[in-house]
Design a protein around this ligand. Structure first.
Ligand code: RAM
Length: 543
C-alpha cells in the first residue's frame, strides 16, 4: 500500500496563477441569461454497443507501449461468468459520450451477497491498463473515471446515472460470493450530443488520406464536446471555457453549422460580467448558471473576435449589436495592461495570462500580439454593425510597439526580460498582422527550427502556430505541422484529439499526472477549420 504521506510529497503545487485572490462580484444580466436558456438544445441520442472483449498486451512499438487484442468475440459475453478478482475490458470501437447500462445475470446456486464492481471508463489505454490511484495532480482527483457500485438483488438491469466519456470499459469484479458468479449482457451506451447522428457534413475534397483522417477525428472530437454548451472536454472539465469556445465555434461553422449553440454560449458569458465588466474564463450551467472564479486576460479579449466570427458566419447582426456593450467591456481589462507606449506588460496585473500550458512561457509578446489581433477584430465588428471602430488609435500605437518585441539580429520576436523566444510569441504576433507576412513567416520558421526556443504543449497553442503559418503564406509548413502534430496523435491511436500531446512523452500533463488529462478536448478540433477554411484556396489549387 502507498503511504498517504508519501503520496502528498509527490503532489505538484498549485501554480501561482491558479490561486484566486480577488473574487469579483458578478452583475447578472437576467435578460441575457433567459435568452441563453431559450436556446438550450435538445440532445440527440444514439444507442451503441461494445464491439469486442479485449486485453492489452505489451508492445514497445506503440505510443502507449501496449496494444489491444481480442480475448473473446462479443457474442460470447452473455455466456462468460465472472467471480471475485476477475476482470474484463470491453471496447466500443471509438469514443462515446453517454450513459451506460447492462444486464447483470447470475451463474450459481443463490445470491447470498451483493455484487461489488469497479467500472473504469477509458478514453485511452492507460485509463484501463494502469491503476489510476494515487494520482499526483494539482487538480481534483474526483475527475478520475472510475466508479465502485454495489448491486443488491440479482439478476437485474443496471443503469449508470452519470454521463461518461470513453471508448474502453474495464469492469473489475471486486466480489460476488463463493455461491455465485455474474454474467454481463445487453451492455450499451446511450450516446448524447447536440449534433444529430444523421448530420450531413460535406466531404473534404482531398485524396490525401492523412488529411481526411485529421478532418474526421476533428469532427468526432467536436461533436462529442457539443452538449448543452460547447464543453471543453466531456470527461473534464465538462464546462464552457471562452478560449475553447472560439475555436469550437470556428470549426462548427464549417462542419455542423449549429449557430444557435454558439449564440447560446455567447449569451451565457454576456449574462455573467464581473463588476469591472470583464468576463469569467469559464462558467457552469449546473446546478444553476454561475461564473467560474477563473479569470484569463486573453480569454476575456477573445470574446469580441468570437462575436465577430459568429456574426460573419451566421449573418445574425442583431445578436452582435446586442452584445456590443459586453464586447467593449471585455476589452477593458486586457487593454489596462498597456503601458504609455502601447506595449503589453504582463506584470501590470496579477491576472492569469494563459496562451498555453507550456511551462515557463513568457506571455508579454504573445499577449501583445493577441490583444492587438482582438482590437482589430473588434474594429471590424464595429464596421459590420454600423458603429465607429473604437480601437483605431490603440491599433496604431500597439502596431508601433510591436517593433520593441522584434529582435533585428535574431529576426524573431522576443519576450520578457530574458528575451525568450517561443513559437507562440511568433504565432500571435503574426496573427496580429503587425509586420509583413514574410517577416512573420520567417520569424515563426526560425523559432521552430531552433531547438532552444520554447515549444507549445497544447493543441490550442499549436492551432495558433498552424493558422499563423498558413495566413502568412506558409501553407505547406502548416500542413507539415498538422501532419506531425495532430497526425502524431492519429498514429498514437487517437479516436478523438487530446488536451495535450507531446510525441516524446506519453505521460505529459499540464496537471502533474496524465490520468487527469482529457483525451477528447475540443480545443484540438481545429484541423477541420484549417483544412476547410484557412487552407481551402491552397488545397483547391493543388487539386
Ligand atoms: C484547462 C481546460 C480548458 C482551458 C483551461 C485554460 O483547465 O481544459 O480547456 O481553457 O485549461
Amino acid at each position: 500500500m502507498d503511504d498517504p504521506d508519501d503520496r502528498k510529497d509527490h503532489t505538484p503545487d498549485i501554480p501561482a496563477n491558479q490561486k484566486v485572490e480577488r473574487v469579483l462580484k458578478i452583475n447578472l444580466n437576467k435578460e441575457f441569461a433567459e435568452k441563453a436558456e431559450s436556446l438550450k438544445p435538445q440532445l440527440h441520442e444514439q444507442i451503441d454497443y461494445p464491439l469486442s472483449i479485449i486485453e492489452f498486451i505489451p508492445d514497445d512499438n506503440t505510443f502507449f507501449k501496449c496494444k489491444a487484442v481480442q480475448k473473446h468475440p462479443i457474442e460470447n459475453l452473455p455466456n462468460l461468468s465472472y467471480g471475485k478478482n476477475d476482470q474484463l475490458i470491453l471496447d466500443f470501437g471509438s469514443h462515446r459520450v453517454g450513459y451506460l447500462s447492462f444486464h447483470l445475470g447470475v451463474d450459481g446456486i443463490n445470491v447470498d451477497a451483493p455484487t461489488r464492481l469497479r467500472l473504469t471508463f477509458g478514453e485511452i489505454p492507460y485509463d484501463v491498463t494502469e491503476n489510476l490511484h494515487p494520482c499526483n495532480t494539482w487538480i481534483s482527483t474526483s475527475w478520475l473515471p472510475d466508479e465502485i457500485i454495489n448491486i443488491d438483488w440479482l439478476p437485474t438491469d443496471v443503469e449508470m446515472p452519470r454521463r461518461y466519456s470513453f471508448r474502453y470499459l474495464k469492469i473489475d469484479i471486486l466480489d460476488t460470493s463463493p455461491k455465485y458468479k455474474v454474467r454481463f449482457s445487453n451492455v450499451s451506451v446511450r450516446a448524447v450530443s447536440a449534433v444529430p447522428p444523421t448530420v450531413k457534413v460535406p466531404i473534404l475534397e482531398t485524396t490525401d488520406e492523412e488529411l481526411m483522417a485529421l478532418d474526421r477525428i476533428s469532427q468526432v472530437t467536436l461533436r462529442n464536446c457539443m452538449q448543452t454548451v460547447f464543453e471543453d472536454g466531456p470527461r473534464r472539465d465538462r464546462r464552457l471555457w471562452l478560449g475553447d469556445l472560439r475555436l469550437q465555434a470556428l470549426t462548427n461553422y464549417c462542419t455542423f453549422k449549429n449557430f444557435n449553440l454558439v449564440k447560446r454560449c455567447l449569451y451565457l458569458f454576456a449574462a455573467l460580467p464581473r463588476e469591472d465588466e470583464s468576463l469569467p474564463a469559464c462558467l457552469f450551467e449546473k446546478p444553476k448558471l454561475s461564473a467560474g472564479l477563473d479569470y484569463i486576460v486573453d480569454y476575456d479579449a477573445l470574446f469580441g473576435p468570437t462575436v465577430y466570427g459568429y456574426a460573419v458566419a451566421s449573418g445574425d447582426l442583431d445578436t452582435a449589436k446586442e452584445l456590443w456593450k459586453t464586447v467593449l467591456g471585455s476589452m477593458k481589462m486586457p487593454l489596462s495592461h498597456l503601458d504609455k507606449d502601447g506595449k503589453f506588460d504582463s506584470n501590470a496585473t496579477e491576472a492569469w495570462k494563459f496562451l498555453d500550458w507550456s511551462a515557463g512561457l513568457d506571455t508579454n509578446a504573445g499577449m501583445h500580439g493577441l490583444v492587438l489581433y482582438c482590437c482589430k477584430e473588434v474594429n471590424k465588428l464595429a464596421i459590420l454593425i454600423g458603429k465607429s471602430p473604437p480601437y483605431v488609435d490603440v491599433v496604431q500605437k500597439m502596431s508601433e510597439a510591436v517593433l520593441d518585441f522584434y529582435d533585428e539580429s535574431l529576426q524573431v520576436f522576443v519576450s520578457g526580460p530574458d528575451q525568450q523566444v517561443s513559437w507562440i510569441s511568433q504565432a500571435w504576433m503574426a496573427l496580429s498582422g503587425a509586420m509583413e507576412s514574410v517577416v512573420c513567416l520567417e520569424a515563426i520558421k526560425r523559432a521552430m527550427e531552433n531547438p532552444q526556443s520554447l515549444k507549445p504543449l497544447t493543441p490550442y497553442a499549436y492551432h495558433h502556430v498552424a493558422e499563423a503559418l498558413a495566413r502568412c503564406g506558409g501553407e505547406e509548413d502548416c500542413l507539415k505541422l498538422m501532419k506531425e502534430y495532430w497526425g502524431g496523435m492519429v498514429k498514437a491511436g487517437a479516436d478523438t484529439f487530446w488536451e495535450c500531446f507531446d510525441a516524446d512523452d506519453s505521460r505529459r500533463s499540464p496537471y502533474g499526472d496524465c490520468h487527469n488529462n482529457s483525451y477528447c478536448h475540443a480545443w484540438s478540433c481545429t484541423p477541420s477549420y484549417l483544412l476547410r477554411v484557412v487552407l481551402k484556396k491552397y488545397l483547391d489549387g493543388k487539386r
